[in-house]
Design a protein around this ligand. Structure first.
Ligand code: GDP
Length: 330
């Protein structure tokens, strides 16, 4: 049976009281494509906004198999033990294309998901990366209003989703593993450049020395990048997520960063810039959506696309005609 509909006030009161069921239902509204749901979601977000913002937002990326979920579980349990309330969100680009999710399967983070002070929400699955990212960004606000003071945003280090995550977090952590002499392969320079810190994971057993060597190599590589605007010098640490070793060092690094950027005001400046960035992203997304979901435009596209394909009309002319048609209606 379907749950009873809640009023705006019931949603907001429930979220502010930290009610996980109501929080989850509100996130479902954010993820819904029904205009009615979206409208209600926006009202909830607006009411929650004054109660948001006071968390640490940590972005976590790394290639599949680097140990992200194991690391999140280790760090998450460590922080919860210290009294944190943790929300783990994700941006998973795979779910767009293949419907199969790299990050979403249920067996991940088992002990964390059964911990009362942890809230784990898989990636929104429908829509463009921009849409998925916006939903996650909005979910952060609700989680913070619900009292979560630590937010992890996880993404797979394979595409553009890192940029989206980077633009919604305070600290961006890259999880790497030591390879056989080819430490720097497979990680795009741009992603390393975004990182505020690197964790060389799986530093255990036979792997300890290799991990130490990788740490030195990555540190050297980081020194080649221009200084960051935050005044923070990115650091590399080794850890073992399975053994929960070195995990607290990584959190110490995040705290040091927070301290530094709060005292030089980069922290606030960065959050303001991120808010601005998301305003423009939301506008772009909304405009695009409105355009492509417009019935007349859909028909016109069906008509004009074959003409572009066969070279009867230039792509620019086609775009101009479509936009003109759209502008006449709005
Ligand atoms: P993800 O795809 O990045 O989320 O990676 P997972 O957390 O699923 O880990 C991939 C594999 O690496 C699993 O078999 C883990 O047990 C293993 N793994 C993760 N962390 C460590 C670690 O610190 N040491 C070792 N030896 N294995 C690890």
């Amino acid at each position: 049976k379907r749950p009873q509909e809640l009023t705006l006030a019931q949603y907001v009161d429930g979220i502010l009281a930290g009610d996980i069921t109501i929080l989850s239902r509100a996130v479902t509204l954010i993820e819904s494509s029904l205009p009615k749901h979206q409208e209600l979601a926006q009202q909830i977000i607006l009411k929650c906004l004054p109660h948001s913002g006071s968390s640490v937002r940590l972005g976590i990326t790394g290639v599949p198999g680097a140990g992200k979920s194991t690391f999140i579980e280790a760090l998450g349990l460590h922080l919860i033990e210290k009294g944190a309330k943790l929300a783990v969100l994700a941006i998973d680009p795979s779910s767009e294309r293949s419907k199969g999710s790299i990050l979403g399967d249920k067996t991940r983070m088992e002990s964390l998901s059964s911990t009362p002070n942890a809230y784990i929400r898989p990636s929104p699955s429908a829509g463009s990366l921009g849409g998925v990212a916006r939903k996650t960004r909005e979910t952060i606000i609700l989680c913070e209003a619900a009292g979560y003071n630590t937010i992890f945003i996880e993404t797979v280090g394979v595409g553009q989703s890192e940029t989206a995550v980077h633009s919604m977090v305070d600290f961006f952590l890259l999880i790497l593993i030591a390879g056989a002499g080819d430490e720097l392969q497979g990680i795009k320079r741009g992603i390393m450049e975004m990182a505020d810190g690197i964790a060389v994971n799986k530093a255990d057993g036979q792997n300890i020395q290799k991990a130490q060597l990788a740490k030195t190599q990555y540190s050297n590589a980081l020194h080649l990048f221009p200084p960051t605007r935050s005044g923070w010098i990115p650091r590399v640490e080794t850890c073992s997520s399975i053994l929960s070793e070195g995990i607290s060092n990584i959190w110490d690094m995040v705290e040091e960063y927070m301290h530094k950027t709060k005292s030089n005001d980069f922290f606030n400046q960065n959050r303001r810039e991120q808010a601005q960035y998301w305003m423009y992203e939301s506008i772009n997304e909304k405009l695009k959506n409105n355009f492509y979901h417009n019935a007349l435009i859909k028909n016109k596209i069906a008509e004009i696309e074959p003409l572009v394909n066969s070279g009867q009309i230039s792509s620019f002319e086609a775009a101009r005609e479509l936009l003109e048609l759209y502008n006449k209606q709005v």
